[in-house]
Write a protein that binds this ligand. Structure first.
Ligand SMILES: [Zn+2]
Ligand SMILES: [Zn+2]
Length: 215
């Protein structure tokens, strides 16, 4: 007997900074969560409609404009609840201003519905996402872990790490968060980052130059 996977993941690269918005479909309940809808809200909504699924939750790893630019559209059109860490709320409020510094027009997201912190569990159908507080790129940055998949935002990328030179950033915090929260997961855990291709815990432990002493 082969067990069907309970969750399916679709990635959409959105906006001028090529941010990965992830649609996570719970196959049985036909409910979906979107992780970091950074831009192109209408395209995300049509993709969800095509699948015949219902958007239930919006999960935000952090408040940078390239990760939250489509939150208002999704929230207003579906009522899906916005989940974010308390330390990112102020950053979310300034999304429009952040985008302005790049010469972009970005809609400020509405206030979040649910504030999450380390150890919290967010449910999608009968599946659970565990919240990992992973500061360093921003102070309230979180990752969402479900089964053998982790949505890691701008914490770690394939072969690289998130910037730590932006306001509230800390290189030491980021390195510690990866070592303590991510590298303690099984090697086969798939990491879905905010930019670029997916990778695994084992691959990054072996080859990420920020952790192998190669830099
Ligand atoms: Zn960011
Ligand atoms: Zn980003």
């Amino acid at each position: 007997m082969t067990a069907a996977l309970p969750l399916r993941v679709y990635v959409m690269e959105v906006g001028p900074l090529a941010e990965n918005a992830y649609i996570v479909e719970h196959v049985e309940s036909r409910k979906a969560a979107v992780v970091d809808p950074g831009d192109e809200g209408e395209e995300i909504l049509s993709r969800i409609a095509e699948r015949g699924i219902t958007l239930d939750k919006i999960l935000l790893t952090h408040g940078h404009f390239d990760h939250v630019g489509a939150v208002r559209t999704l929230r207003e059109r579906t009522g899906a609840q916005i989940h974010v860490h308390a330390e990112e709320v102020e950053r979310m409020r300034t999304a429009g201003r952040q985008g302005g510094m790049f010469g972009l027009s970005v809609e400020n997201p509405p206030a979040p519905d649910v504030l999450v912190r380390e150890g919290d569990v967010v449910e999608l159908g009968d599946q659970r996402f565990r919240v990992l507080h992973t500061p360093g790129h921003t102070p309230g940055h979180v990752a969402f872990l479900t089964g053998e998949m982790a949505f890691v935002g701008d914490l770690i990328f394939a072969g690289s790490i998130g910037r730590t030179d932006l306001p509230g950033g800390s290189f030491e915090d980021l390195i510690r968060a990866v070592r303590e929260k991510i590298f303690t997961l099984p090697d086969r855990t798939v990491l879905f980052p905010g930019h670029g291709p997916a990778t695994t815990v084992g691959e990054e432990k072996r080859s990420n130059p920020f952790f192998t002493g190669g830099l």
